[in-house]
Design a protein around this ligand. Structure first.
Ligand SMILES: Nc1nc2c(ncn2[C@@H]2O[C@H](COP(=O)(O)OP(=O)(O)OP(=O)(O)O)[C@@H](O)[C@H]2O)c(=O)[nH]1
Length: 385
């Protein structure tokens, strides 16, 4: 998977790869960051709503319950009639609380029924509370106590309010728990998304870097081998990127260098006039063949040839004719020898032939043939005017 992706990446240029990697990394990271911010913001809003609704929903009911209980206790004990609450102020507070409950409970998970029940309980309790308050106020002067019916009515109102508060409290608790569970799920999801994105990013970066480093490593290795003197070193040209172009140039440069080196090596041991080996070349071959002869114990013959009165040709026919004569000797001798025999001009008009795996008798035959060729040429020489 990684290798094939690497091969695919090498079809793109390094610049295109860098742009692709930036786009591939930045895009998911930007999307994920945006989603994270939206989700976290929503979570905060949901929690704030939940807390606000708890306060708005439960507080008035709890306050109402508290007032009613306090009124009942006050009346029953008939001890603190001076602290009997002002009815107008009390009802105003409770009404305000219901208004704020209705404003703050737009969400679907707080049933309207519960609010309605609580409000109904309050409306039912209101006349009792009014009567109780009036009675208690009147009793401040007369010393009478409230009727039993009024107390019973008031106790029922407290019970209704209490059960409405308990139901609402249960709903709000469920809502809070749901919000907490959703928050936990979203955090879990966000954590995994970040982990997956970062893992994918890390894998992509590694593959991207390997697609750069692998060809560079191959080029470095090839350059080291050439430095060590190896020949025929080439680098695999994969892909179409800048590194593939560099590898191709490297291969062609190496091939050119090897061809030039091989040409120079040949030229250094070649006699430019006759094309056979020069003194350096023929002596080197002689050394090699002598080593082989000692090692394998095979016959080796060497012919040393010198043209008689060559100076005369130069002096009487000119140097270019002398050159042609030397070339003729080299060509004729080459024709008399086998492919693996070596022929060289030792200097001036002296030639040497190194004949591996050749007996003395065969060497003598070749020498005789060379001599007779020279004689034939001499017989055909032009007469000087
Ligand atoms: N044309 C030509 N002449 C050369 C070349 N190299 C050497 N010579 C000439 O070859 C001649 C060699 O002279 P010598 O060594 O006396 O050889 P020779 O005249 O054959 O004398 P002997 O071997 O004693 O018969 C000299 O005149 C050199 O100038 C060359 O490349 N071309």
């Amino acid at each position: 998977m990684g290798r094939s992706l690497e091969v695919l990446l090498r079809r793109l240029s390094v610049r295109q790869r860098m742009m692709a990697i930036v786009a591939l990394l930045l895009l998911p990271l930007a999307v994920l960051s945006g989603v994270s911010m939206v989700v976290l913001n929503e979570q905060e809003m949901a929690f704030r709503d939940s807390v606000e609704e708890s306060v708005h929903g439960l507080l008035p009911l709890a306050t109402l319950e508290h007032y009613l209980q306090q009124a009942l206790v006050d009346e029953l004990l008939a001890e603190s009639r001076d602290s009997v609450p002002d009815f107008a102020g009390l009802t105003q507070n409770v009404d305000n609380s219901f208004s704020s409950i209705q404003l703050g409970t737009n969400s679907k998970d707080v049933p309207k029924q519960i609010i309605d029940d609580a409000q109904k309980a309050w409306v039912q309790a209101r006349p009792s509370i009014r009567r109780l308050v009036e009675q208690v106020r009147a009793q401040r002067f007369s010393g009478a106590v409230a009727s039993a019916d009024t107390r019973t009515e008031l106790e029922r109102a407290i019970k209704d309010i209490s059960s409405a508060r308990a139901s609402l409290s249960g709903v709000l608790k469920t809502r809070y728990e749901n919000a907490a569970a959703q928050r936990s799920r979203q955090l879990h999801w966000l954590t995994w998304s970040w982990l997956i994105t970062l893992t994918v990013a890390a894998v992509l970066i590694v593959i991207f870097l390997r697609s750069l480093l692998r060809p560079l490593h191959a080029l470095t290795q090839a350059a080291r081998h050439i430095e060590e003197g190896q020949s025929g070193v080439r680098v695999d040209v994969d892909g179409r990127d800048e590194l593939a172009v560099l590898a191709d140039c490297f291969n062609r440069m190496t091939a050119n260098w090897e061809a030039t080196q091989s040409h120079l090596q040949t030229e250094v041991i070649k006699d430019p006039l006759t094309g056979v080996l020069n003194r350096r070349g023929i002596l080197s071959q002689l050394g090699t063949e002598l080593d082989s002869h000692r090692l394998r114990q095979r016959p080796l013959s060497v012919l040393a040839m010198d043209l008689d009165r060559f100076k005369f040709i130069n002096d009487h026919y000119g140097h270019s004719t002398g050159d042609r004569a030397l070339t003729w000797v080299a060509t004729t001798m080459r024709g008399l020898l086998r492919e693996h025999d070596h022929l060289g001009r030792h200097g001036g008009d002296e030639f040497i032939a190194v004949l591996p795996n050749t007996s003395h008798a065969v060497a003598l035959e070749i020498a005789a043939s060379a001599s007779s060729c020279a004689k034939e040429l001499r017989a055909k020489r032009p007469t000087r005017r």
